[in-house]
Design a protein around this ligand. Structure first.
Ligand code: NJP
Length: 255
């Protein structure tokens, strides 16, 4: 996909007694689904939200919705599997708003639901280039922009990245990798005051879930807006001693 080169800043005032007041949050995969709902929730908690994804029209809609609720946001069309685009996006976030306090690595793709023995190499590469390389590019390039006091990184994982299930292919493998990445990074960054945790959303009514389970009635599932408390908790100072942990968004208790 060609990048439009467009970016926009929408600013307005929010209250000051919220859980994420004045924090700068970067969220990948914010154009729809969990990432969009999370962006709106973080903005409603007082954060400035820097959003990226490939579909710029959807990002613009998300940004307008945030602004109409009195929140602050910024967006930039970014393919996280392209490290140059990731670098540009993060530099813009920081130059506009200052140090980053929160990074949510949420963007991901599903890929085919077939056995590993029949998985096509190009599909394998495509899924890992987003779910694993993208996770690395976003994290590696965000770290120099983190606030001196530290911050919080939240990696969106999956139940199939904790207990292996058949027919999840590169997706399941990438989520196992995300869990390992989170654990190692949490140890490496402990002394810098940057916390790293992972969250498994559970079954949530989104496009990806529909792609994975096309026969399912999504009205029976939680909506993205209903699973966000754990993200607010991990992003806020309330969890300032919590790192290296893996959370289940639908059975969340404060650690
Ligand atoms: O998925 P979906 P969810 N560069 O498809 C973006 C995990 N999860 O909200 O680029 C940048 O609605 C894409 O934007 P666009 C799941 O693995 C979910 O359900 O414009 N962005 C969109 O905003 C994932 O990590 C369930 O197409 C890229 C977003 O990613 C996270 O939750 C269960 C991109 C995907 O939105 C959000 O998934 C579970 C790229 N190259 C784990 N490629 C569940 N929903 O039930 C994609 O266990 N995006």
């Amino acid at each position: 996909m060609q990048r439009s080169g467009e970016s926009s800043i929408f600013l307005s005032q929010t209250g000051n007694s919220l859980k994420l007041t004045n924090k700068v949050a970067v969220i990948s995969g914010a154009s729809r689904g969990i990432g969009k709902a999370l962006s709106k929730r973080f903005a409603s908690e007082g954060a400035v939200v820097c959003m990226c994804a490939r579909h710029v029209d959807q990002l613009r809609t998300a940004s307008l919705e945030i602004m109409s609720s009195g929140g602050k946001s910024f967006f930039e069309q970014t393919d996280i599997s392209d490290e140059g685009q990731v670098r540009d996006f993060l530099a813009l976030c920081s130059s506009n708003f200052g140090p980053i306090d929160i990074l949510v690595n949420n963007a991901g793709i599903l890929g085919p639901r077939v056995p590993l023995s029949g998985y096509l190499s190009q599909e394998w590469t495509k899924v890992l280039s987003v779910n694993l390389n993208g996770l690395f590019y976003m994290t590696r390039n965000a770290l120099p922009f983190f606030a001196p006091a530290g911050g919080s990184i939240i990696n969106v994982s999956s139940s199939v990245g904790k207990i292996a299930q058949p027919n999840w292919g590169a997706y399941g493998v990438s989520k196992f990798a995300a869990e390992g990445f989170s654990q190692a990074l949490s140890i490496e960054l402990r002394s810098k005051g940057i916390r790293v945790n992972s969250v498994s959303p559970g079954a949530v009514a989104t496009e990806m879930r529909h792609q994975a389970y096309p026969q399912e009635d999504q009205r029976d599932l939680r909506k993205p807006e209903e699973i966000l408390d754990v993200f607010v908790y991990l992003a806020s100072d309330e969890s300032k001693h919590v790192t290296g942990k893996s959370f289940d968004a639908q059975h969340f208790t404060k650690g």
